[in-house]
Design a protein around this ligand. Structure first.
Ligand code: ADP
Length: 163
């Protein structure tokens, strides 16, 4: 039985994240998308808003649920009885950070494996920060995020830029 956690900031969720969710849901019995509640990152969306957007875009997958978490990822994984952490890899530049995190988590709890999924090539350029930056400066980011998320990012950007 594979019970996996897919952690991230998802500020906001992109079609690259959704691709990983879809593929991970296909190989895991149960997938918990875990939204980090890290206020130090000064997110565009509150953790509840990010959870809600992820619930919308993942509702078609019956074995996927969405939660927020605080603190250490391995503590959350233990609490949930999860044995796998899923992370996406876009390019070499992701590798160093991800490798270090996976090894740290392995030292903290050797029973939890980190599984990396390579991004589908069409999404390898895509990041939440790219969505935020493109949106902020009025660029077309409609192909970067699922349609329901687009409307919410657009509305938030309109709020910010009006001020
Ligand atoms: P974090 O702040 O934890 O890196 P993100 O929301 O930026 O959170 O990313 C969450 C996970 O999704 C990470 O493993 C990241 O590498 C992966 N990811 C982000 N964008 C993509 C993408 N375009 N394709 C595949 N994986 C991605």
């Amino acid at each position: 039985m594979i019970k996996a956690i897919y952690p991230g900031s998802f500020d906001p969720v992109t079609v690259g994240h959704l691709d990983i969710i879809k593929r991970a849901a296909g190989i895991c019995d149960k997938l918990i998308i875990a939204v980090g509640n890290n206020k130090a990152k000064n997110p565009l969306f509150s953790v509840d808003e990010r959870v809600s957007m992820l619930e919308d875009v993942s509702s078609e997958f019956p074995n996927v649920e969405v939660e927020s978490f605080n603190g250490l990822l391995v503590d959350f994984a233990q609490k949930k009885g999860a044995n796998v952490i899923i992370r996406g890899l876009r390019m070499i530049s992701d590798f160093e950070f991800e490798f270090q995190n996976a090894q740290t988590n392995h030292v903290l709890d050797g029973s939890i494996e980190t599984l990396f999924l390579a991004t589908s090539p069409e999404y390898s350029y895509l990041s939440s920060s790219g969505v935020r930056e493109t949106g902020y400066f009025g660029g077309d980011f409609s192909s970067f995020v699922p349609p329901a998320v687009y409307d919410r990012v657009k509305a938030r950007m309109d709020d910010i830029t009006e001020k």
